[in-house]
Design a binder for this molecule. Sequence first.
Ligand SMILES: Cc1ncc(COP(=O)(O)O)c(C=O)c1O
Ligand SMILES: [Zn+2]
Length: 401
Amino acid sequence: MARIAYLECTKCGERLGAEKPQTVCPKDGGVLYVRYDLASLKGRANRSQLSTRKPTMWRYSEVLPDAEPVSLGEGFTPMLASREYPNVFIKDEGLNPTGSFKARGMSAAVTMAKSYGLKKLAAPSAGNAASALAAYAAAAGIEAHIFMPKDVPAANRVECQSYGAHVTLVNGLISDCGRMVAERKDKEGWFDVSTLKEPFRVEGKKTMGYEVAEQLNWRLPKGIIYPTGGGVGLLGMWKAFDEMEQLGWIGPERPQMISVQSTGCAPVVKAWDEGKSTSEMWPDAATLAAGLRVPKAYGDYLILDILKKSGGLAIAVSDEEIMGAFRRWAEIEGIFAAPEGAAALAAYRKLRGSGFFSADDRVVLFNTGTGLKYLEVIDRQLPSAHAKPPARQIGGIIGPY
Ligand SMILES: Cc1ncc(COP(=O)(O)O)c(C=O)c1O
Ligand SMILES: [Zn+2]
């Protein structure tokens, strides 16, 4: 495991120590990134050592904090070759503990909370982060205080209650939940693990970037399509690519990073289309992809910067397109995706249609969670009679699963 060198503000570059829990930059509220001494790790941390390690995200121990992991087996999810589109790969995060990529971030955040001796954690959530926090907090013997919109998928609520978390259902959006946590945390003695308000959820999620590289044999794809709410997955992967380059594991090449949102809540897409470097609060956010119902992302400035630097873009897809893509993945690929994940396929179809990607481009689509969390939503959208699925095409699975 790596000793943390310092925490660095992504706005002003201020450096802070990691000996005690930190939140955001005290000067400007900027998101803090964890920095390691990668120069001294270069040469010592060899990517060929990875093959003998456990298939969890903690295999990337050189670039994860030096603490005893609170692990439920998260990470190293399958990278599936699409049966419909040659050169397309589906990274299936639905196989994580608690059924989504949120497990990675919470495993890292709860690991550090435990090592700091924190006893009470709190977070607002669109659903899946809540399930993950509740599970990892239970495993660590720490209290979890969770605020979710009252119309969150039932599975998320039932899970949180089962894990013994303290759940408050809020008549509002994740932004309202976030406000409630912020108002009460000092009085209640909660440590706030909201998206990007502490530095370690990004550390967990960045392991998706390491896995994309490792599972594609250290050749990064042309593009990565990522469903974006708070944007932590996107930020994490971009951070991972920079770290890997510094370690000498990859070269300077980068994928084009694509943020996909729902037309019912597309603040990043609007800002991107208008050439802005931050987003505005999206009014009346509404989409069946609960995880994309984030009216304003705290790290919007980082997301928009990455899209620009990578030659990517932000694109919105409608809930109808999301459900069409959901059915396609289920029928052709055998993947029962979260609506957020299905949005990645909907975006890919559009980007093929517009010529942004060609059939020869290697593209990774992130299915960020399992559709099993969304049964009531999916059931409402299903047509009464299913079309007969078309014949299967080539495809397969990569890696030792
Ligand atoms: C399944 C799923 N996909 C994507 C997202 C968006 O993730 P992020 O906030 O990291 O952009 C969420 C967030 O709740 C989610 O649950
Ligand atoms: Zn700062």
